[in-house]
Ligand binder design. Structure first.
Ligand code: ARG
Length: 273
């Protein structure tokens, strides 16, 4: 009888030990996990009206930029949560630090650098002119005297203002680039000025709309895209490192090839750092 009782006590005691032991382990590991995913989810903002960089497929934001930021964020140890909020709001949300990173084919320039921080460059771009196939516009200069549609607050707008004059009424500004293209299609504008990859992709995907792209490397300079952060963000050095890591480990080339069918010119990008 005594044997039985002490055995029972021994069994209960060990069970208790196992249970509390287990309980503790579990607590530690879930707390650790929760902390990890909570602390490391980043709010990443974009304007998903700029294929092939960012656009909506149903209600999903997809594009080169999205694959790129996903690879870079993972490399840096973060969980990216991408939200399409529109172009102008991107700048508001980053300046007020309500968002952590913006990825939106954003050109790095001196004016923006005063208010925001940027990663090392990740894409080479230039503005080009989108016109109807029958248009006789052959250069930036020939945009003068014509109605030109642009997306508000882009380098395309700035480039057209430089050619036509800042407050020229012939410059029609739209909240996003797709609206500018719609204006061209319905005859409300003679041309759209926007990033080369975007207008070239548009012509390729919409042969029935009979449009073409005109380039003018004198009127439109080389630009580089960067990831945009709030001024002083601690993420910048971490993301610069991660961008270089995806350059080196082949991930950037893989994503680039998936979207553009060719190999990227990594040397040109790296030479900008
Ligand atoms: N690269 C140009 C700029 O930074 C246009 C970018 C527009 N991007 C967009 N997702 N709408 O001004």
């Amino acid at each position: 009888m005594l044997k039985k009782v002490s055995f029972l006590m021994f069994a209960m005691l060990s069970l208790l030990l196992i249970l509390t032991g287990c309980g503790k382990d579990k607590e530690v590991s879930t707390a650790g996990k929760e902390e990890e995913s909570d602390g490391k989810t980043l709010r990443i903002v974009t304007d998903a009206n700029y294929a092939p960089f960012e656009f909506l497929e149903g209600d999903k934001v997809v594009g080169f930029d999205i694959d790129f930021i996903t690879a870079v964020a993972k490399e840096a140890g973060y969980e990216p949560k991408v939200e399409s909020i529109g172009w102008d709001p991107i700048f508001v949300e980053i300046e007020s630090k309500r968002a952590d990173v913006a990825v939106s084919a954003i050109t790095v320039n001196d004016e923006r650098k005063q208010t925001y921080d940027f990663s090392v460059p990740y894409f080479l771009s230039t503005n080009k002119i989108l016109v109807p196939e029958k248009s006789d516009i052959k250069s930036g200069n020939e945009l003068k005297g014509k109605v030109i549609a642009v997306q508000t607050g882009t380098t395309g707008q700035a480039a057209v203002e430089k050619l036509l004059g800042k407050n020229n009424k012939n410059i029609k500004k739209f909240e996003n680039n797709n609206l500018a293209i719609q204006e061209l299609l319905k005859g409300g504008a003679a041309a759209v000025v926007a990033d080369n990859t975007v207008v070239e992709e548009y012509v390729k995907n919409n042969p029935d709309q009979k449009l073409k792209v005109v380039e003018d490397s004198k009127a439109f300079k080389e630009e580089f895209y960067g990831l945009m952060f709030p001024k002083g963000s601690e993420l910048k050095p971490e993301f610069d490192k991660a961008v270089n890591a995806v350059y080196e480990n082949g991930k950037y080339a893989e994503i680039y090839k998936e979207w553009f069918g060719t190999d990227p010119d990594l040397e040109t990008l790296k030479a900008q750092q």
